[in-house]
Design a binder for this molecule. Structure first.
Ligand code: 2BA
Length: 108
């Protein structure tokens, strides 16, 4: 069994989850925040059998878009008193995905 953790953009979450549900794959949605942009994103957790991993990855890949966002650097990195910081362009996504081995799985 594997645990798939996927960080996607909020805008894609509804579509990704709908497709996972259509494929009868259970998923937990967490409201998360990226450490760099400090804006909201969505983390999905899904526990699946080994032979389901490829189809889950395909659903995530097909429904997660890459987008350009603009951000000013966080103050700890770039604030210089008296200077106006220009927004930087950052390409975000589609999805950042981790696939982990599951040692045990219980439902009580
Ligand atoms: P954030 O940390 O808010 O990062 C948003 C985007 O900013 C990243 O997009 C990347 O293009 C850029 N970025 C991140 N850190 C950077 C840095 N130190 N210098 C320059 N640019 C940087 P993605 O790579 O698509 O990542 C989207 C979100 O996925 C991230 O949001 C974070 O929440 C998560 N993520 C990405 N890689 C991760 C990893 N190795 N471990 C844990 N979470 C990760």
């Amino acid at each position: 069994m594997k645990l798939i953790i996927a960080i996607i953009q909020d805008e894609d979450a509804t579509e990704v989850i709908a497709h996972l549900n259509d494929a009868e794959i259970q998923v937990t949605r967490l409201a998360t925040k990226g450490g760099f942009l400090r804006s909201g994103n969505t983390t999905l957790m899904t526990g699946v059998q080994d032979d389901q991993v490829d189809s889950v990855l395909k659903i995530i890949e097909e429904n997660s878009k890459s987008r350009t966002q603009y951000a000013t650097l966080p103050s700890a990195c770039g604030a210089m008193h008296g200077f106006i910081l220009a927004p930087i362009e950052v390409k975000v996504g589609g999805a950042t995905v981790f696939v982990l081995d599951v040692e045990q799985f219980h439902k009580f």
